[in-house]
Design a protein around this ligand. Structure first.
Ligand code: SF4
Length: 395
């Protein structure tokens, strides 16, 4: 199924034909159309945009630059809704995870990862996922549907409400980076993801530059170029294996778009260059994909690409079929072995938010409680024999 066919098949629910329409999630052109329908000039749409996406207003009464009459007509015809946070968990490392309920009762998760110099929101694009990557907890949940642009942008807006990160001024803001790496395959819901990202990119909107946005794909090859041309955001690719035979198992979309096709699409990705590298995500699975030979093959495959590699400790979940790679020293391999070319390994070390099941591949609707005693084994995850955590790029 192509990304477009997939998007139609699993489309989010249509807005109700009657009743107030939700303005949150509308793009500029859509907002202008609504304002015109009320007989107001276009500049009112710009004011409304500012209140919704810059000030974070949730109530038309707060929009004091609009006339009282206009505010009353807006309140009679529209709402500004976001997904409702039904739970929020805070990790010992400061990572936050929200379980958000959508209007039809479906639920998704959104994660905030604070660091010294940035604050990253990891946002979901689908309820569940069709792609059944073997190491991913989300992949064990059947795809329910795509998220609408309003639901994708709304995850961010709900998070900013909780973080107290309005208005979107440049100084002191907590949300500075966006990664589309939550539940789902973003390129299987491209149109809605793109619409939401345009709101995020807008200088008078959520105001995050394209350099601070990364879209992660498992390898929907036909849409990679379009994503680069239309959005110009950073690209991350869930690679996880260097041979088709293994990647077919770990990331089953590889059967449709094998490694050679995927890397060809990456080579052609608009805007990728040495100053703006494509991130290749590589989850460390003990005895599965972490040998010295794997490391060498990874370097060979990516040798002609502007690439960096993110080694991700495998974040176990109850019933997971894999273990995280053991530290190199446990295997008698030097972490700075001369046999290993340099790999960026920002994921080396304990993953963020593990204690609240907020780490990579752990998101899933209705989390079971984390199994007692597993955290110790996860904390073993550093890097595997053959992979060098001490260098930061492939050049
Ligand atoms: S890794 Fe991403 S694409 Fe694969 S199953 Fe999990 S959510 Fe889906």
């Amino acid at each position: 199924m192509t990304g477009t066919a997939h998007a139609k098949h699993f489309a989010p629910p249509e807005p109700a034909a009657t009743g107030p329409r939700n303005l949150a999630g509308l793009g500029r052109a859509e907002l202008e159309a609504e304002v015109r329908a009320l007989g107001e000039p276009d500049f009112r749409a710009r004011q409304l945009w500012h209140w919704i996406y810059h000030q974070g207003a949730r109530d038309f009464e707060a929009m004091t630059t609009l006339s009282k009459g206009f505010r009353a007509r807006l309140a009679a015809n529209y709402t500004i809704d976001r997904p409702r946070a039904v739970s929020a968990q805070v990790s010992v490392d400061g990572t936050r995870k929200w379980l958000l309920r959508l209007a039809d009762g479906q639920e998704v998760e959104t994660v905030y990862i604070p660091e010294d110099d940035r604050g990253t929101l990891c946002v979901s694009s689908q309820v569940g996922c069709t792609l059944t990557c073997r190491f991913c907890h989300t992949g064990t949940q059947a795809l329910v549907r795509n998220l609408s642009a309003a639901e994708i942008a709304g995850q961010i807006m709900t998070a900013l409400d909780d973080l107290g990160d309005w208005p979107r001024t440049r100084e002191g803001r907590r949300f500075t980076n966006l990664v589309m790496m939550g539940m789902g395959e973003p390129l299987y819901n491209y149109d809605n993801v793109a619409a939401a990202i345009r709101i995020v990119l807008d200088d008078e909107g959520l105001a995050i530059s394209k350099r601070k946005i990364t879209l992660s794909t498992s390898g929907v090859v036909p849409l990679i170029e379009r994503c680069g041309e239309e959005l110009g955001v950073g690209l991350a690719v869930s690679l996880h294996a260097v041979r088709d035979e293994l990647r077919n198992e770990l990331v089953p979309i590889n059967r449709k778009y094998p490694i050679a096709e995927l890397l060809a699409a990456c080579r052609a990705y608009p805007g990728a260059h040495n100053a703006r590298r494509i991130t290749f995500e590589y989850v460390m699975l003990d005895g599965i994909n972490d040998s010295v030979a794997d490391a060498r093959e990874l370097a060979r495959l990516l040798g002609d690409l502007p690439a960096k590699v993110n080694l991700i400790p495998f974040n176990a979940w109850p019933g997971a079929p894999y273990e995280c790679s053991t530290p190199a020293r446990d295997r008698g391999a030097s972490p700075r072995s001369s046999t290993t070319p340099g790999y960026a390994a920002p994921g080396a070390g304990p993953a963020r938010g593990q204690d609240i099941m907020a780490a990579c591949g752990q998101l899933k609707e209705r989390q079971p409680a984390p199994a007692q005693g597993r955290a110790g084994s996860r904390r073993r995850c550093l890097n595997a024999g053959g992979f060098d955590a001490g260098r930061t790029d492939l050049s």
